[in-house]
Design a protein around this ligand. Structure first.
Ligand SMILES: [Zn+2]
Length: 285
């Protein structure tokens, strides 16, 4: 499998990078949810597991190189914790992918975090000569205020936050953003809490073409059909309106959806049907 897919969205060049696949037990993921509601909608592998992608987005615009999330990074205690919860099968580490694409980390101008969870921020810093340093030394790193303004309460998330964010802060690279933030012309964020308090979507629009990077708003199409499905530890009450809002906009605008964790390249369109919606996977946008 080629773990890189590049396409044009108007004037933007968008590349989706697959760091690998992660596997989950659907009975844990959908704990407390009626199996009859998710089973017909969810694809399982031959071991009965859900297969999740680890998709990272690189956008080239006229004068910017923008990364949406930074993946799971190099081996670290935080990554070991993550892999102990979610078995991981690697495709292409992000830094190798950037090298193949001819992108030097120093040339990345912006890093936008969908949210603070480990698999989206671990690739932000690396250990070099015994010290942790930022990977993207010239990039403005932005996170919604509700995720980045306070240290997470859960111990595993706090450890991960403490490993990376203070390094960025010490280098003056970390910035908190409000609900609707313009990253660059045609690229704006939308606050969509639920997966975390500060979870955001990134809307791309160029020459009439529209896409939404939705991060972890959905991990599986079943969650678009049943917007009340929420993983353990998420805020289901906040998630429902966030999902309803995105689904309505995506249908109205005929927008492409790019998801962090549906199988690579994680792209889909949501269509309205008589009884509800249809989630159509777009294999190669
Ligand atoms: Zn995630």
């Amino acid at each position: 499998m080629n773990p890189l897919h590049t396409f044009k969205l108007g004037d933007f060049e968008v590349t989706i990078i697959s760091e690998g696949n992660v596997f989950g037990d659907p009975h844990i993921v959908f704990e407390g949810m009626d199996e009859n509601r998710w089973r017909p909608l969810t694809t399982l592998d031959d071991q009965g597991r859900m297969v999740f992608g680890l998709n990272i987005i690189l956008i080239r615009s006229a004068d910017r190189l923008i990364l949406l999330d930074t993946g799971i990074g190099e081996p670290s205690p935080a990554r070991e914790r993550f892999e102990s919860m979610f078995p991981f099968s690697p495709h292409l580490p992000l830094l190798e992918a950037l090298d193949r694409l001819g992108v030097a980390p120093d040339n990345v101008t912006d890093v936008v975090y969908s949210h603070v969870h480990a698999d989206h921020i671990m690739g932000t810093t690396v250990e070099r000569n015994g010290a942790r340093v930022p990977v993207y030394r010239n990039a403005k790193h932005v996170m919604h205020r509700a995720d980045g303004g306070t240290v997470p309460e859960r111990a595993d998330r706090k450890a991960n936050f403490d490993l990376h964010i203070p390094i960025l802060q010490a280098h003056g690279l970390f910035h908190l953003i409000e609900d609707a933030h313009e990253v660059a012309p045609g690229i704006t964020t939308i606050h969509a809490p639920g997966e975390s308090p500060g979870h955001i979507l990134v809307r791309l629009e160029s020459l009439g073409q529209i896409a939404y990077y939705v991060g972890d708003l959905f991990h599986d199409p079943a969650e678009a059909h049943h917007v009340d499905f929420a993983w353990p530890g998420r805020d289901a009450q906040a998630m429902v309106p966030s999902r309803q809002h995105l689904i309505a906009r995506a249908i109205d605008e005929n927008a492409l959806i790019i998801v962090a964790h549906t199988p690579f390249p994680g792209t889909a369109r949501i269509l309205r049907t008589d009884g509800g919606i249809d989630w159509q996977v777009v294999a190669r946008p």
